[in-house]
Each structure stands twice: as structure tokens, then as C-alpha cells.
Design a protein around this ligand. Structure first.
Ligand SMILES: NC(=O)c1ccc[n+]([C@@H]2O[C@H](COP(=O)([O-])OP(=O)(O)OC[C@H]3O[C@@H](n4cnc5c(N)ncnc54)[C@H](O)[C@@H]3O)[C@@H](O)[C@H]2O)c1
Ligand SMILES: O=P([O-])([O-])O[C@@H]1[C@@H](O)[C@H](O)[C@@H](O)[C@H](O)[C@@H]1O
Length: 548
């Protein structure tokens, strides 16, 4: 075993090969072809092109673009490497997968609880396949059955942490899960020790220093850290006989990195900056670069600008997948749904006050102003596109007041209290005030998102497309996986550190529009996957029930 592989933080699933998926449905269409290895579909993408005439009138022209999609049906054996494995999210998601894999049940104060994947859009929600031809009733199927996706029970989990506690000790430190459940997974969790990681103190709060006892030797310079992390990824893949590895950052929120020309503005400059040990390259960017160079999709679950322009360029150069930023777990997820509802109902939202306090280590790290700033910006986003799309309610540049407050209150632990007030103008000078008190068990809300991000990112590595009718070979989607936006708050900030009111949004290829409305994000995810099996986008016109 490679020197540090024995403390590799993997836990195999008993080496059992992933169970082959049984198909819940088959598409009966001349545009869809099934082979043992692939699903091929011919898809017509219908949009509306709008131009403005000289008279100022819009001209809307229906447009059709034809694509060929190809899906690799073989569900690979997938490993997940979490940066921050020993944290609240890392220990909770690991224990949760263990408990589900073993079908565990445990005693709680209110009775017996059985393992589940609630809160995962892939494992816990359904999509409309169509309507029963005889009864006209909707037929809904589990989201996970739409395409041949990885099952979380089959995932092999590993990762790094600057804290050397094994996962049983770290799970106790996190204080998220019931003691009765912790007892049932204690043995497996104790056998997992996070791989040593890199620690550049200036990027996270000083109050994190006492955890940093599990560090990779050497320095960023001469690519020592990048090469060490790349070897960790290779060793983990080989030791667990994996087909693929997905890397995800669920470590602490870092301060923003300054965007410096000649340092992190291009792929070449970023690689040079790392080689020379430039202090402005963050640990998360080092992990992203290592993952990109190893061809492992990298997802950033925190709000910092991990993907500086040079990192995005490097991903594009290597045709590697990246996604970010910042899991969208509780308060912001609610906000992106509520704001969408209010504004699309023609109600003029004029102010949002978002306060929360929490007592976990994430909150402790965020009690430091520079780390809070990263989070404040990511949480101050999500309304921009919905406001900008409604010129009836809002004049150019007008938007609701929006403030975000986060306080660290150790007593409440992981059970974050989110208090929101939405204030809006309604008919004839009236006002509506919506006040929400939302107790989010933060890690229990974020852990299913970690699973969804892995499943969707991995699925995207098995979907390719080409323009219909052209001989060219199939290719990947753009490196920036904006399809992940349903699970994420904001984008990789490839512009200078933005003001709190500037628009950011889940990562999108440069120059593409930003969508924060939660329903639109879910529709994009669902409809892209539907297109891969030749199905039209979900629409709720139900003309068949309207006399047509
Ligand atoms: N609901 C949620 O929990 C939620 C929602 C959105 C975003 N997030 C983000 O997810 C991240 C993790 O949240 P958490 O509650 O698990 O926090 P946590 O503090 O419990 O866990 C973070 C872990 O990262 C480790 N760490 C820090 N720097 C590291 C490095 N360079 N390499 C490896 N490990 C490192 C820490 O030792 C710690 O164990 C935070 O950035 C948080 O802002 C969490
Ligand atoms: O996703 P969400 O619930 O809006 O936002 C959460 C914040 O409210 C919380 O303060 C922070 O610690 C979490 O990391 C997360 O970002």
C-alpha cells in the first residue's frame, strides 16, 4: 500500500460491484435507440428567438435546434473524496450512507427511526413521466430512475481533513446524529481516518487553528501539495478499484482570494503561481487544480471564490467538470422559492431581512469577518434574476433591500435558527409582511445535497451530445456544470470581489444568463435528463383535460 494509503479514508462497500439498474420504463419512439451499452436519442430543442424591430416591437420566432444525445448506461463504481471529511457535513453524510446501505433502524425518543435519503432531490423526489393513456392520470416515477444513475449506497467515501480525529470521534464532535445511530455505525466510522490535508492559516478563521493537527508536509511551492493530492486521488481510486472519483469541498469557508493579473487570471499563470508558492492561492483552489489535473469532477460546497478565472480556464482546457458554489440547504433554498412565488405573483417584494444563528464549527469559522463576508455575499444573491425579469414591478436597477446576518451561538449547535422577514407592496398601497422562523438542522439538510451533487455530476460524465446530422464526434457539456445550480447558492466569483448587491449565481459558463429561481433550476435539471431519453420537457398544460 502506498505510504499514506493505509490511513486512506476510504471505506469500501464490501467490494460489491454496483447492482445493475433495472429499467423502470422504456421510451417508445423512433428517436430513441437502446443498446446494452448506450441510450441514444434524437432531440429537438425548441426555443423562441426574440428580436426588436425598428418600431420597438418584439418579434418572437419559434426556433428548433436538433441534437443527438448519448448516455453511457454502465453505472460505474464511484468514489467520493470529501475535503473536510471530519466536519459536521462530512461525518453526517458518511454515517448516513452507511446507515442506508445497512438498512439500519434505531431507537429515538419518539420511536424507531429507519435510514432514508429525505432531502435528496434525486433519491427523495419524483418526476412526471407522462399520463396514463387510459385514465389520464399522471404517472410519476422516482427521479433516480430517470437515467441510470449511481446509487448512494454504492458510493465509496474518503477524504481529507486538517483534523486527525477518526470519523467516530469527529461524529461525536459534530453532535448531529442520535447516540443510538452513532453506536450502530461506530465501528465503521472509527475505521476511517481522514487523509492529511493542506492548511494555509490565512484563508480560514484563526479559531480553526487548534484543529489543524493532520497536515501534509511540505508546501504549495514546487507543486508539492498539488502532486500529493493528485497521488491521494489516484491511490484512493486504485485501492478501492474505482471507475471514477468525484471530489467535493465541504471544508471550512475561506476568505475570498484576491484576483491578481499574472497570478490567477489564466490557467498558465495559476499553475505558475502554485509552483512558486504564491500566498494568494487558497487550499480550495489547490484541491480544485489537483482534481482537474486528475480528471476528477470538483464541486465547491462553500461560498469562497475557489474557481478563480485561471481555475475555470484550466477546467475548460482539460475538459474537466467543475461546479459551485455553496450548498443551498435551508434559509436560501426557502428564499429562492418564496421570492420566485411573490414576484411571479406580481407582488412587489421590497425588503428581505435574513438573520440566522448557529452553534456548529461552521458558525464558529463564520464568526470571523473575512469568512462571513464570503457567506454574506453568497446568501445575498438568489433574488437578482427574478427581480431583473420583472420590469413591471421594478425599474432598471431597482431591487429589494436585502440584509444577511449570521451569529455564532454555541448553545444551539447544528440546529441553525433562521429568522426571515419578507416585506412587500400589494394592491392599492397595502403591504404584506411574511415572517418565518425556520429551525434547520444544517448538516442533515446539507448531507443529501452532497449526495445529489455527486450523483448528478457523475451522471453528466456519462452524457455526451453532438449537433444532429453532423459527423462530428460526441462531446461533453461545458466544463462549468450549471445543471448543479438547484443544489448550490452562488457562482464561482470570476470577477473581482463583488459588492453584496452585485449579481452572482450558481456557476454558469461565462456570458450565460444566471437563474436562481428554484423551480426553474429544478426544471432545467429534470428536462435535460428527460431530453437524454428523448422525452419532451415537462409541461403542465394538460390540454387533454381542457376539452382538447
Ligand atoms: N447546511 C450546511 O451545513 C451548509 C450549507 C451551505 C454551505 N455549507 C458549507 O459547508 C462547509 C462545511 O460545513 P460543516 O458544517 O461541515 O463545517 P465544519 O466546520 O463542521 O466542517 C469543516 C471541516 O473542514 C475541515 N477543514 C478546514 N480546512 C480544511 C482543509 N484545508 N483541508 C481539509 N479539511 C479542512 C475542518 O477541520 C472541519 O472538519 C462550510 O464551508 C459551510 O459554510 C454548509
Ligand atoms: O443554505 P442556507 O441555509 O441559506 O445558509 C446556511 C447559513 O444560513 C448558515 O449560516 C451557514 O453556516 C451555512 O453554511 C449555510 O450557508
Amino acid at each position: 500500500m502506498a505510504p499514506h494509503a493505509e490511513d486512506s479514508a476510504s471505506f469500501a462497500n464490501g467490494g460489491v460491484a454496483p447492482s445493475p439498474p433495472k429499467d423502470l420504463f422504456v421510451v417508445n419512439s423512433p428517436n430513441v435507440e437502446y443498446t446494452d451499452a448506450e441510450i441514444k436519442s434524437k432531440y429537438t430543442y425548441r426555443t423562441t428567438a426574440v428580436t426588436k424591430g425598428s418600431d420597438g416591437k418584439y418579434v418572437a420566432t419559434p426556433k428548433e435546434t436538433k441534437y443527438d444525445f448519448k448516455v453511457d448506461r454502465k453505472v460505474p463504481k464511484v468514489g467520493v473524496l470529501l475535503v473536510g471529511l471530519g466536519g459536521n457535513n462530512g461525518t453526517t453524510v458518511t454515517a448516513g450512507i452507511l446507515a442506508n446501505r445497512r438498512g439500519l433502524s434505531w431507537a429515538t425518543r419518539t420511536g424507531t427511526q429507519t435510514a432514508n435519503y429525505f432531502g435528496s432531490v434525486v433519491m427523495g423526489s419524483t418526476i412526471k413521466l407522462g399520463t396514463d393513456e387510459k385514465t389520464g392520470q399522471e404517472i410519476n416515477i422516482p427521479f433516480h430512475d430517470l437515467l441510470p444513475m449511481v446509487h448512494p449506497n454504492d458510493m465509496v467515501i474518503g477524504g481529507w481533513d486538517i483534523s486527525g480525529l477518526n470519523l467516530a470521534e469527529a461524529m461525536d464532535r459534530a453532535a448531529v446524529l442520535e447516540p443510538t445511530l452513532k453506536q450502530l455505525v461506530h465501528k465503521e466510522m472509527a475505521a476511517i481516518k481522514p487523509l492529511p490535508s493542506i492548511y494555509y492559516p490565512d484563508f480560514i478563521a484563526a479559531n480553526q487553528e487548534d484543529r489543524a493537527d493532520n497536515l501534509i508536509p511540505g508546501s504549495k511551492a514546487c507543486n508539492e501539495h498539488v502532486e500529493h493530492i493528485r497521488k491521494d486521488i489516484r491511490d484512493f481510486k486504485a485501492a478501492n478499484n474505482l471507475d471514477k472519483v468525484i471530489v467535493q469541498w465541504t471544508a471550512n469557508t475561506e476568505r475570498f482570494a484576491d484576483l491578481i493579473e499574472g497570478v490567477n487570471d489564466t490557467a498558465e499563470n495559476l499553475l505558475k503561481a502554485i509552483e512558486t508558492g504564491h500566498e494568494e492561492v487558497s487550499p480550495s483552489t489547490v484541491f480544485a487544480v489537483a482534481s482537474i489535473l486528475e480528471g476528477a469532477p470538483f464541486i465547491n460546497g462553500s461560498p469562497q471564490n475557489t474557481f478563480v478565472p485561471g481555475a475555470i480556464a484550466l477546467a475548460e482546457k482539460h475538459d474537466a467538470y467543475i461546479g459551485g458554489d455553496d450548498f443551498k440547504s435551508g434559509q436560501t433554498k426557502m428564499k429562492s422559492a418564496l421570492v420566485d412565488f411573490l414576484i411571479s405573483a406580481g407582488i412587489k417584494l421590497t425588503s428581505i431581512a435574513s438573520y440566522n444563528h448557529l452553534g456548529n464549527n461552521d458558525g464558529k469559522n463564520l464568526s470571523s469577518q473575512r469568512q462571513f463576508r464570503s457567506k454574506e455575499i453568497s446568501k445575498s444573491n438568489v433574488v437578482d434574476d427574478m427581480v431583473a425579469a420583472n420590469s413591471v414591478l421594478y425599474k432598471e436597477g431597482e431591487h429589494p433591500d436585502h440584509t444577511v446576518v449570521i451569529k455564532y451561538m454555541p448553545a444551539v449547535g447544528d440546529n441553525k435558527r433562521a429568522l426571515d422577514e419578507y416585506y412587500a407592496e400589494i394592491f392599492m398601497g397595502g403591504h404584506q409582511t411574511i415572517s418565518i422562523f425556520n429551525v434547520c438542522e444544517d448538516s442533515l439538510l446539507a448531507s443529501p445535497l452532497i449526495i445529489d451533487l455527486v450523483i448528478v455530476a457523475e451522471m453528466m460524465t456519462r452524457i455526451q451530445w453532438k449537433a444532429q446530422g453532423e459527423d462530428g464526434k460526441y462531446g461533453n457539456f461545458h466544463s462549468v456544470l450549471s445543471i448543479l445550480s438547484y443544489m448550490l447558492k452562488v457562482s464561482i466569483h470570476s470577477s473581482p470581489v463583488p459588492s453584496t448587491n452585485s449579481a452572482q449565481a450558481p456557476l454558469t459558463p461565462s456570458g450565460t444568463p444566471v437563474i436562481n429561481a428554484l423551480a426553474k433550476q429544478r426544471a432545467a435539471l429534470t428536462n435535460i435528463f428527460r431530453a437524454c431519453v428523448g422525452l419532451e420537457p415537462e409541461n403542465d398544460m394538460t390540454l387533454e383535460h381542457k376539452g382538447l
